[in-house]
Design a protein around this ligand. Structure first.
Ligand code: NAD
Ligand code: MG
Length: 399
């Protein structure tokens, strides 16, 4: 969109952490953004409140019964309420929507992200799991459709900001290496002997970021950084060996790009998702995000450490899946989603999350992942396998 054109926003996952932060930025710029569509999975009351504030043309919620209730309670607002499996695809293809914010959590966001890229929209990706599973195909699809893919994940947004635009491949830009920073999560200094008793509440209490429960657990196991490593390979068309991870507990540097001449560029800011969201919403312009300004003297010091892959094997597993390529990242992601769900339901100990993922990766052969259908099928098989592995562990009393 040109500088003056109003962007029509579709916020998928509007009731989530990313969705709410997006709307907070949009609220600051009423002349620049119009909210055309909002979606949520459940939490219908919250979606209704958002619709009353934003008056979108379209709203979507998962269950048809809930959609019926929502439509009745929004009858006087002019919002059309959609439900069911194709609602999100309809939203992203609506001609009034120019910009799609993918804020759904997990593989559940894949079909809508895919449809948004196919429709040639400006697509802002927070939802990293579809990129992990099918980023190679999404990048190719974007080249065909003319979609503009912009990263919201803070690390990838930082890398994007540290790369020259327009980009001509990492080698062409003189990039030697990408360094993703990682807060280390809530258990950075917790001995492995204490991992067995970690509760979902402890795992979801992240020291730097306030996020949804799934990504909070991923941050605690460091699988989030593992997924981000694969996400970076996809978005920047990098080899896994070109991506390093460094622990940086203050979360002020959001990632770095090292060039062949020895220069390393970093993007800094307070840990607040409104910064990458505002960047991607306005790119290539810059807009106010409403965040607290960075005061380096108040921060005082920035620390860096090597990640401990013995205590946090998820990082090693993700790197191996990135190297194996093809279906391996899909299998890793699916097994992780099921293991995290089981942990949050108190059916699996924290320390068993990487064990389950490793077992599923060993059980599933690496197969080509050159179509969305093949990827979705592998996702389904890996989920079944993960349920079996978790069932087996529980039956044996191993976990
Ligand atoms: P969240 O749990 O707070 O919100 C998830 C949203 O997705 C909710 O609106 C929910 O209604 C919707 N949703 C859930 N399941 C769905 C389904 N099956 N179908 C349709 N909609 C569904 O999650 P979040 O923290 O906002 O994270 C969203 C995505 O962004 C994740 O992929 C996460 O990894 C990524 N991300 C989040 C942050 C952050 O700071 N929260 C940072 C970087 C990346
Ligand atoms: Mg991140």
């Amino acid at each position: 969109p040109g500088r003056e054109a109003v962007q029509g926003l579709a916020v998928l996952g509007a009731t989530g952490s990313i969705g709410i932060s997006t709307l907070k930025v949009a609220e600051l710029h009423p002349g620049r953004f119009r909210v055309v569509a909002l979606s949520a999975y459940e939490r219908a009351e919250e979606l209704r409140a958002l619709c009353q504030t934003w008056r979108p043309a379209l709203a979507a919620i998962h269950a048809p019964e809930t959609a019926h209730w929502l439509a009745q309670s929004l009858a006087d607002t002019g919002t059309e309420v959609l439900a069911g499996p194709t609602a999100l695809e309809r939203i992203v293809c609506d001609p009034r929507v120019t910009t799609v914010v993918c804020g759904i959590v997990g593989a559940a966001g894949l079909k809508s992200a895919w449809a948004a890229v196919a429709a040639g929209k400006r697509v802002l990706f927070a939802n990293k799991e579809p990129l992990v599973m099918s980023g190679h195909l999404l990048m190719a699809l974007a080249r065909q459709s003319g979609a503009q893919l912009l990263p919201l994940d803070s690390e990838h947004n930082a890398v994007f900001q540290c790369l020259p635009q327009p980009r001509a491949g990492l080698a062409g830009a003189g990039v030697r290496r990408i360094v993703l920073t990682c807060s280390g999560g809530p258990f950075r200094n917790t001995p492995a002997s204490e991992f067995a008793t970690i509760t979902p509440e402890q795992a979801c209490a992240h020291p730097r970021w306030s996020m949804g429960r799934k990504i909070s657990v991923d941050s605690a196991t460091l699988m989030n950084k593992g997924l981000e490593l694969i996400e970076a390979c996809r978005l920047f068309e990098a080899a896994p060996a070109q991506i390093d991870v460094v622990i940086h507990p203050q979360s002020i540097i959001h990632s770095l790009v090292e060039y062949v001449d020895g220069s390393t560029l970093a993007q800094l800011g307070n840990p607040d998702m409104r910064t990458p969201i505002a960047h991607a919403l306005a790119f290539p312009d810059r807009i106010e995000a409403g965040v607290t300004r960075l005061d380096l003297a108040a921060v005082g010091r920035l620390d860096f450490e090597v990640p401990d892959e013995d205590r946090f094997p998820c990082l090693r597993l993700a790197r191996a899946a990135a190297v194996a390529g093809a279906s391996a990242p899909t299998v890793l992601n699916a097994a992780n989603e099921i293991a995290v769900e089981a942990f949050l339901a108190r059916e699996l100990p924290f320390a068993a999350i990487p064990q389950v993922i490793e077992s599923v990766l060993e059980a599933r052969p690496v197969v080509p992942a050159e179509s969305i259908e093949a990827i979705l099928e592998e996702d389904r098989m890996a989920r079944e396998c993960a349920h079996r592995v978790i069932g087996g562990h529980r039956a044996k009393g191993v976990v």
